[in-house]
Write a protein that binds this ligand. Structure first.
Ligand code: HEC
Ligand code: HEC
Ligand code: HEC
Length: 441
């Protein structure tokens, strides 16, 4: 009896122990999963690109946005009850993120991309809230105060009423039919949490995005106004100035690593990748790429880029008489080559590159003037640097070399003159979405 009772008792005891242990354990695991999911949603939404400054504590407050009458700041959204959002309920959090209304009822400036976040699902908001409350360290530091007249927030209530979608109408648009579930997922990520349109779509007179979804207009993602002097290009199937010549894998590689055989990220896109898309799963990156490739051109009349060997042939024969050709040979060809093909992914091609053929030459002037640096990413650790030429080349020479790369190799884009180079060099940053880190104590 004893011998049989013993294993029986032991089994009972073990089962009881298991039950005891498993109940709280299961709950801890659920929360852990939710925190991990919420962190992923925060990455897909790029929250840290604005709410964390370089070298600062996570979500302790971030960028300053310069507006014509002063600056606003991306506040501390760590769960500190006084300086952060520790006192927010989930309902208040959802309202701030999706509707642009703060806990005290004041309307937020749309530098916070709530018109896109309105599309986020209840379950993503729930995971996001759990992550901010349980997975982020509280930081007790204050965000700089906003001064008058920007502290007057009633104009933003009018702005919201005119331009921000209701959560209900946004969700209805999310649920529209798509050819398959991957494209539907890509649409959700791009139009919702990814808020790609905040940079890549044109804005109207009140700085509202002219359209918030591909369902309403081909203007969606057809290219935006320069952000800090960098031009967000068309992400639609536009020839020459858009992604018509990028394969699904080209897009995935670019979003995962900031580089591919077609180009290299710079300006605001570097932040969008390092804080955001590089953290996404392969399945989600492919979903985004498939959705982007499903967007028809905004300009269906544009013809495809075709390589023209004339410029490379002249340069190889030692003939550098074309405008800007000499500057190009002396300063650029070592990395970007005489045929404009570069050495991708280290040095991007300039031939057939949408960045180079864009209607707006602002990026080119800025990159040549100030240089550019692509940091290493988790999936592509090497960093690449393009030198700055602002000290070495005059406005005239920059205009010449930019004109050369826009004209050569079949690019056939319009020339740029020294006056517009000088005005771009001195132009003040654009009013909204101009980002400068503020030191927080
Ligand atoms: C493009 C920049 C940007 C991104 C991306 C962004 N925010 Fe914001 N956020 C802001 C700015 C700027 C404000 C302050 C606006 C104001 O003062 O009217 C703000 C305000 C907030 C507030 C209000 C806090 C308070 O009580 O003052 C919350 C909550 C918030 N953001 C959460 C988030 C979350 C969560 C994400 C990611 C899902 C996110 N934000 C992404 C710029 C951004
Ligand atoms: C803060 C502004 C900003 C946001 C947000 C942003 N982008 Fe960009 N993006 C840019 C700029 C500026 C460029 C041009 C510079 C470059 O090519 O890296 C660019 C370029 C790109 C390119 C390369 C185009 C080319 O022809 O070289 C792709 C692809 C892209 N973005 C996809 C996205 C996607 C997808 C999202 C949303 C998940 C997004 N971007 C969000 C600013 C932004
Ligand atoms: C030492 C090598 C090197 C030299 C010399 C160089 N570049 Fe670059 N260039 C780069 C690298 C690396 C990048 C990518 C930088 C990034 O993405 O941050 C780049 C990017 C660019 C881009 C943006 C294209 C894209 O898709 O990212 C343009 C335009 C450009 N260079 C033009 C020029 C011109 C014009 C000159 C000569 C005045 C020049 N470069 C000289 C290395 C070089």
């Amino acid at each position: 009896m004893k011998i049989r009772a013993f294993p029986f008792a032991a089994a009972l005891g073990a089962a009881a122990l298991l039950l005891l242990a498993s109940a709280p354990h299961a709950r801890a695991d659920d929360t852990g999963d939710l925190v991990a999911r919420g962190r992923y949603v925060a990455e897909a939404s790029d929250c840290s690109a604005c709410h964390t400054v370089k070298g600062g504590r996570p979500f302790a407050g971030g960028l300053a946005f310069r507006l014509p009458f002063g600056s606003i700041y991306a506040p501390n959204i760590s769960p500190d009850p006084i300086h952060g959002i520790g006192a927010y309920s989930e309902a208040a959090f959802s309202r701030a993120v999706r509707e642009g209304v703060r806990r005290d009822g004041a309307s937020l400036y749309p530098a916070m991309p709530f018109p896109s976040y309105a599309r986020m699902s209840d379950s993503d908001i729930h995971a996001l809230f759990t992550y901010f409350m349980k997975g982020v360290q509280p930081v007790a530091s204050a965000t700089p105060a906003i001064s008058w007249p920007l502290s007057m927030r009633w104009p933003m209530s009018l702005w919201r009423a005119a331009f921000a979608p209701s959560v209900q109408s946004a969700q209805k648009d999310v649920a529209r039919p798509f050819p398959d579930s991957a494209i539907a997922r890509g649409a959700y990520l791009v139009e919702g949490p990814g808020h790609c349109g905040a940079c890549h779509s044109p804005r109207g007179i009140a700085l509202q995005e002219k359209t918030l979804s591909a369902s309403s207009s081909t203007l969606f993602l057809s290219g935006g106004a320069p952000v800090d002097g960098f031009v967000p290009t068309s992400l639609r199937q536009d020839q020459r100035t858009g992604l018509a010549s990028w394969s699904e894998d080209d897009i995935v590689t670019f979003l995962a690593t900031g580089r591919n055989r077609k180009g290299e990220a710079f300006g605001g896109m570097t932040d969008a990748i390092s804080h955001g898309t590089q953290h996404l799963s392969d399945a989600d990156l492919h979903a985004i790429a498939r959705y982007l490739r499903f967007l028809g051109p905004n300009d269906p009349k544009a013809t495809a880029w075709q390589y023209d060997p004339a410029a490379a042939t002249s340069l190889r024969q030692g003939n550098a008489t074309a405008r800007g050709a000499k500057v190009y040979v002396d300063h650029c060809a070592a990395c970007h080559r005489t045929d404009g093909a570069g050495y991708a992914p280290a040095f991007p091609p300039l031939a057939g590159n949408p960045v180079v053929m864009s209607d707006k030459p602002d990026s080119l002037v800025h990159v040549v003037q100030s240089g550019a640096a692509l940091p290493g990413m988790a999936r592509a650790p090497s960093a690449f640097v393009m030198p700055a030429y602002g000290q070495r080349l005059s406005a005239e020479q920059i205009a010449d070399v930019v004109t050369f790369i826009r004209g050569a190799w079949g690019n056939n884009a319009s020339p740029v003159d020294a006056t517009s180079v000088a005005s771009l060099q001195h132009s003040a940053p654009p009013p909204v979405l101009s980002e400068k880190p503020v030191p927080l104590n």
